[in-house]
Design a protein around this ligand. Sequence first.
Ligand code: FAD
Length: 390
Amino acid sequence: MARDFTADIEDPIAREVIANVGTWVDKEVRPVASEFEHADEYPDPLVKGMSEMGLFGIKIPERYGGLDLSFECYAGVCMELARGWMSLAGIINTHVLVGYAISEYGTEEQKQAYLPKLVEPEMRCALSITEPDAGSDAQAIRTTAKRDGDDYVINGQKMWVTNGNRAGVYLVMTKTDPAAEPRHKGITAFLIDHDTPGFIKGKKFDKLGYKGVETTELAFDDARVPATSVLGGAEGRGFQHIMSALEVGRINVAARGVGVAQAAFDDSIRYAQKRVAFGKPIFEHQAQQLRLAEMAVKIRAARLLTLDAARKKDSGERSDLDAGMAKLYATEIAQQCVLDAMRIHGGVAYSKELPLERYYRDAPLMIIAEGTSDIQKIVIARSIVKDYPV
Ligand SMILES: Cc1cc2nc3c(=O)[nH]c(=O)nc-3n(C[C@H](O)[C@H](O)[C@H](O)COP(=O)(O)OP(=O)(O)OC[C@H]3O[C@@H](n4cnc5c(N)ncnc54)[C@H](O)[C@@H]3O)c2cc1C
């Protein structure tokens, strides 16, 4: 039995939801996660379980059939999912993020068309920003959308699309005015259905970790979409809409960092009390106590920072600074904690029989995706300097 962290959650409904997800993770996810992961198999029964708990509708407004719970609750749920298997929190990430973008910025027609479907078990969402020549510098994308009567015609290539094969709807960043200055004014986001002619699903990447969930290439070859598929109905606002939605994504990835670090810690503190060296459990050697104490403090700080960012998003205020801090810290400490967990486990850490090797392969993704740690630092620095005008 691990420590109960739900006391950190202010809202009693959220506390109950998170506790239920945690129980489900211990019972249904942890026993099978490595098997699915080693086979790189999409975890259909686990995704079904998440759907039955209503998690895919966690941020969908009630009037469209969702649970409409807080970001605080969402963050706690993602911590628990990642404590079981980080990929599950990845499957839900772009889904919730796209649902948020539609709820916040979509036209009423788009909300009615998509939001009720996002609660359904079959319907996943994907977010497609990254291209072969544009990652951190998202405004450098080259995918174009040209107006043609009542339609737009889209051409370009996308990379690293999570849920790329299975999604029903894709939120895609394009340029409607490639010459615009500043560049973001020429960026428009589209909601594109999976079966749009000219929309081609490409190869699935063979990844170091973050397995089970597919990450793919996509291409648009004269893909024709109606003008009504522009998110929010007006050109030139796609960059702001997607950056706001990325705050939700960064809360998710921060929570994943907490979950993976917590799993590594839980395994380590149990192991340290059982494994004997030089006549006593290794936990009794002070070096291991110091290591575990440092891990515990880092995870606690990351948890509180992540919940703080989630509460800021709940307040409706801009939370790029808070989400950036949480994402930076929680993912960097996850990387450190997983390596410390390997040191505590010694040789057995290197065996594929323990889930630790999976945490070790999963951790680096979180310092890269949804904006690298360098990019988070830039976001943080640009925000905090505003408080110190000279
Ligand atoms: C498994 C996986 C899943 C993903 N899922 C998605 C998805 O669903 N949708 C999507 O759109 N994208 C997705 N991505 C893409 C991800 O968001 C990008 O990989 C990430 O933003 C970094 O971009 P890049 O890979 O092009 O690296 P680059 O931008 O080329 O960065 C390379 C290095 O340069 C550094 N760097 C870049 N600019 C600066 C700067 N100004 N100052 C200092 N350092 C800088 C970076 O920090 C990094 O260290 C995914 C990636 C992975 C690996």
